[in-house]
Design a protein around this ligand. Structure first.
Ligand code: AMP
Ligand code: GLY
Length: 417
């Protein structure tokens, strides 16, 4: 009998997961909770929130789901994996305790120091005066990270002492942040890249590396966003770099999590930087990256169900295989994003696109696809070279018509310097 799979989440990342699963010969039926208008074309969407653990569990039981795959960190942090396992339901993703590698900056930092995993030096504070005194003793730029899941908004790279002080006040004195702790880090420089691995305990299966573009506008200008585009085939990451990142960072981290009693059973995402002193960790995430997943998963040439199932069952997997060509993805976002923006604008021209279009924030209204989020969709093109993928994605994205979208035209620019 064909497998029945439930994907949890509603963004471009989950659309890419659904798309990869739909290519699996073993998979018969895909559900996605809650999904979006694009996902609904490839899977049956179910109106359950990604953090509603009880409702997800009830759905998986009633529908005889063989495997659940979790996208968002909020669902992992809500304990969806722990709850499913307690019922004997098979699920791909980390437990609440293992998700701390992402949800607590201080936990991640302490782990890296204890196990000699290369990262920026740091100190953690919960007292404003002590933090301020520390910042005054250190050089700028300096990096301040709010300790807690902050949806990417909790990091400030302060170029001046005044900026650092403003950020410390926000993070430690302002009620809206919840008065947590702050990790203050040494500022590092160099190209950043994302290395994601499927992980089951101390066994790791790397995916091709990708690079995200966090700033809203061309030339890396404007505010930080959830990611405006990504690409694979990074020319500045050599085979030696990959080997170093796997042997000195990813494997020791997975082994450290086993030793700490919280083994990883999902995706470990290394946000890494190639500095003059070697590759160092900027952050870990306990899940697939977004938008990296949208450019990486189109390259998998083996059956993705196999690796998801093996990790969920805690056993060895066959090494997944990957196409060697390049992919490049351009995000279409609502005008105003990451600030306030309007929703409900009709989108046309999608069928003309020669590439894949993953929906990030859309809904269906009177038979039309309309904008329903800050990041709305991502156009991903594949080609033999990165330059060709760049040219193609930039041409294809123009075919999508909507009155309220903007996109970057320079995704991949760091590769072309
Ligand atoms: P994070 O949420 O930890 O990935 O941080 C967001 C962004 O802040 C990263 O992608 C980096 O561009 C920047 N950043 C974080 N930590 C550092 C650091 N120690 N040195 C320089 N830049 C950093
Ligand atoms: N692309 C960065 C992230 O997924 O957090």
């Amino acid at each position: 009998m064909g497998k029945r799979v439930l994907v949890v989440g509603s963004g471009g990342r989950e659309h890419a997961i659904v798309d990869a699963l739909s290519r699996s010969p073993q998979v018969d039926k895909i559900y996605c909770a809650p999904g979006n208008a694009g996902i609904a074309l490839q899977a049956q969407t179910v109106a359950i929130k990604d953090t509603d653990v009880e409702a997800l569990k009830a759905f998986a039981t009633q529908q005889g789901i063989d495997l659940t795959v979790v996208g968002p960190e909020a669902a992992l942090a809500a304990g969806v994996v722990d709850a499913f396992r307690a019922e004997g339901l098979k699920i791909f993703g980390h437990t609440k305790s293992s998700t701390r590698i992402e949800s607590s900056k201080e936990f991640a930092k302490q782990l890296m120091v204890k196990y000699n995993i290369p990262t920026a030096t740091y100190e953690a504070f919960d007292n404003y005066d002590e933090a301020k005194a520390y910042v005054e003793r250190t050089d700028v730029p300096t990096v301040l990270k709010y300790d807690g899941l902050a949806a990417g908004k909790g990091v400030v790279v302060a170029m001046t002492a005044e900026e650092a002080d403003e950020a410390l006040k926000d993070m430690l004195l302002d009620e809206s942040f919840g008065r947590g702790r702050v990790v203050i880090e040494q500022y590092l420089e160099g190209p950043e890249f994302s290395l994601m691995c499927f992980v089951c305990g101390d066994k790791l299966y790397p995916m091709p590396v990708a690079q995200d573009h966090k700033r809203a506008y061309d030339g890396d200008k404007g505010p930080n966003t959830g990611g405006m585009g990504a690409y694979t085939c990074l020319p500045f990451i050599t085979d030696e770099d990959m080997e170093y990142a796997m042997e000195q960072i990813m494997r020791p981290t997975a082994a450290a999590m086993v030793a700490e009693g919280c083994p990883l059973t999902g995706v470990l995402y290394g946000g890494l930087m190639k500095t003059k002193e070697g590759i160092k960790v900027i952050e870990f995430n306990a899940r697939f990256g977004d938008p990296e997943t949208e450019v990486v998963l189109p390259l998998i040439s083996s059956d993705i169900y196999d690796i998801f199932e093996a990790v969920a069952e805690g056993r060895d997997a066959q090494e997944p295989t990957w196409e060697s060509c390049a992919t490049l993805g351009i995000v279409l976002a609502s005008k105003g994003y990451p600030g306030s923006y309007e929703k409900g604008y009709a989108i046309t021209g999608l069928e003309a696109v020669d590439g894949v279009v993953y929906h990030m924030g859309t809904s269906a209204k009177e038979g039309q696809i309309v904008t329903a989020g800050g990041r709305v969709m991502i156009v991903v093109c594949k080609a033999d070279t990165l330059a060709a993928a760049h040219a193609k994605a930039n041409a294809e994205v123009e075919k999508i018509k909507c009155d309220n979208l903007f996109h970057r035209t320079d995704i991949g620019h760091k590769a072309f310097k």
